[in-house]
Design a binder for this molecule. Structure first.
Ligand code: 2P0
Length: 352
């Protein structure tokens, strides 16, 4: 008996130009393009195994060992349905000898190898790994950008985790979403010198989810309109150029400005959304001072902070500065042994 099973894994990505806002909530089409760096660390990944079998009575999903319901019409069921459609159209319809896996139900088992204590969003790596494992199972002859169209419908940021290195999610303009996909701007090997340091400020569950928070921003923030029309298109060009030229000073300036503006549009939402806390803001102060000294010494910016929908900091820096930054951060924010909660903990420093 043939066993139809495949495994794939996908890493976390951290945006430098932030995705915040949908123009279509069902298809997950964004109000602006975004750009991220995919972390190339073994300990920040989701790994997913999918199995198709004629005897399975329904599609089922286990996350970190616990079975989760696959809601009819929900994001998970959309992704599974779209992957089955691709299997039928790209494989079975073209070659009638291929087994009709698209008619079988699937069992999907997914694990994150990073602790929930890290407070990192797992939907990006999770949906990217899901789509990749189904693509392997179904032996789909399609590109990573094609798969990103489906991962996007699981969670917007997931489309960017299908590539390594520096990745853009092009917002597109077609109402069907066919051109809202991820493309690789540069391989990680193009600029291996950049490292990411993840500083766990708090592992408290965030008060406002990204999905509902960004919709409120779309509905109520006037600043968001300025951001999506005037600011992000220019920044997408600036950061792509900085990456191509390996210009860390320019990369850092755009990254920090965009993190600041993302949190400004969150504050401009009614009612306002606060993701950073006092420790987050103190880390910003530390990096600003570190960069001020760098500029004074003629070395330019040497580190860039960025914050997502929570208080934890990610600091991008060239490898030569990482040790110094870790020492600085640890000296100002001592960690309490064995505890992440309500403390400042360094989760990881490593190559992106
Ligand atoms: C980003 N974030 O670009 C931005 C920055 C959070 C802040 O993508 O509703 O979990 O599933 O599409 O992808 C978080 O949004 O939201 C996010 P959905 P998602 O990384």
């Amino acid at each position: 008996m043939t066993v139809y099973q495949a495994t794939a894994s996908a890493p976390v990505n951290i945006a430098c130009i932030k995705y915040w806002g949908k123009r279509d909530t069902k298809l997950i089409l964004p109000t602006n393009s975004s750009l991220s760096v995919t972390l190339d660390q073994d300990h920040l990944r989701s790994t997913t195994t999918s199995r198709a079998d004629a005897s399975f009575s329904k599609d089922r999903l286990w996350l970190n060992g616990k079975e989760e319901e696959i809601k009819e019409g929900g994001r998970m069921s959309t992704c599974i349905r779209e992957m089955k459609r691709l299997r039928k159209e790209e494989v079975e319809d073209k070659n009638p000898n291929e087994p009709k896996l698209s008619t079988f139900n699937v069992h999907i088992c997914s694990h994150n190898n990073f602790p929930t204590a890290a407070g990192l969003a797992s939907s990006a790596s999770g949906f990217a790994a899901l789509v990749s494992s189904l693509a392997n199972l179904y032996a789909l002859p399609v590109s990573a950008s094609d798969l990103s169209l489906i991962a996007r419908q699981g969670s917007g940021s997931a489309c960017r985790s299908l590539f390594g290195g520096f990745v853009a999610w092009q917002m597109g303009s077609n109402p069907t979403g066919v051109d809202s996909l991820a493309v690789q701007v540069a391989e990680q090997s193009h600029w291996p010198d950049i490292h990411a340091l993840i500083c766990v400020v708090s592992d408290d569950k965030k008060g406002t989810s990204s999905t509902s928070g960004m919709q409120r921003t779309v509905e109520t923030s006037a600043l968001l309109q300025h951001r999506i029309k005037e600011v992000v298109p220019r920044r997408m060009e600036e950061i792509s150029k900085a990456i191509m030229e390996r210009d860390f000073d320019a990369f850092a300036r755009v990254t920090m400005a965009d993190s600041n503006q993302f949190h400004a549009v969150a504050l401009d939402t009614e009612p306002p959304i606060f993701y950073m806390n006092d420790v987050s803001r103190a880390i910003i102060g530390l990096i600003v001072e570190y960069n001020r000294v760098g500029v004074e010494e003629g070395r330019g910016y040497r580190a860039a902070y960025t914050y997502d929908a929570g208080p934890n900091a990610v600091i991008y820096a060239p490898k030569e500065n990482v040790k110094e930054i870790v020492e600085l951060v640890v000296s100002y924010f001592p960690q309490r042994e064995g505890s992440f909660k309500d403390n400042f903990g360094l989760f990881g420093g490593g190559q992106v």
